[in-house]
Design a protein around this ligand. Structure first.
Ligand code: FAD
Length: 193
């Protein structure tokens, strides 16, 4: 089984880094694991429109050009690694109610028409398959969450589901900075199960 972990935190001593280690350690040997550490890879999150290049296999030149992928090699690698029925896990802190900019940029640049979806008169026709598990940390009390915007809702309902990934589990670890060390370790144990 292919499992892709998309990780977005700049500090390798952070609590999110501990979550990443926990998830990695607890995936069985049955998983063919790929970790995409966006900060370590120095992923360029800025979408630029461009007209050069013919596009990766399977994408028409026109579609490709409309999404301007200047560093083709990196982008093609990311694209291939998330095709075809994988299990994806996203691990990131919630910043300003949503995902970090580097992850937003990854979606803008990699989830392109012709790859992640097709446009139809009735809306998006998702092309990806598989399951996703989003693990995000923040400080907002759980009781307030139904009233707030985003906090992974956009990723789940407006990105992954329309692109075909229908089974999306979300784990919110909160209020992460105000929990005791003991409680945070308990959370890691739960994530490991
Ligand atoms: P860290 O700061 O690395 O760690 C948190 C605590 O866990 C620390 O006390 C650390 O010592 C401890 N820790 C680390 N590793 C372990 C371990 N293995 N076991 C036990 N304890 C450990 N929050 C909101 O609710 N809404 C927002 O809109 C929001 N916007 C933000 C915007 C920005 C730009 C920033 C920087 C923060 C924002 N926050 C917001 C807070 C943010 O979500 C949290 O700071 C973040 O989720 C904490 O995750 P971390 O991995 O950075 O934790």
């Amino acid at each position: 089984m292919k499992t892709l972990i998309i990780y977005a935190h700049p500090n390798d001593k952070s609590y999110n880094a501990s979550i990443l280690e926990t998830v990695k350690e607890n995936l069985s040997s049955k998983h063919e694991l790929k970790i995409l550490d966006l900060y370590k890879e120095r992923f360029d999150p800025v979408l630029r429109f461009d007209t050069i290049g013919s596009g990766p296999a399977g994408l028409s030149a026109a579609v490709y050009a409309s999404r301007a992928m200047i560093d083709q090699v990196v982008i093609e690698k990311e694209m291939l690694s998330i095709r075809n029925g994988i299990r994806a896990r996203g691990i990131f802190p919630t910043w300003w109610s949503g995902m970090p900019a580097i992850l937003k940029g990854f979606i803008e640049r990699v989830f392109v028409a012709g790859f992640a979806y097709e446009n139809t008169p009735r809306g998006l026709d998702g092309k990806l398959t598989g399951k996703a598990w989003i693990i995000t940390t923040h400080n907002t009390p759980k009781i307030v969450l139904p009233l707030v915007q985003d906090y992974s809702k956009v990723l789940k309902f407006q990105v992954l589901k329309p692109c075909g990934i229908k089974s999306v589990k979300v784990t919110q670890v909160s209020p992460v900075e105000y929990m005791s060390d003991h409680k945070r370790k308990e959370v890691l144990k739960k994530i490991a199960k």
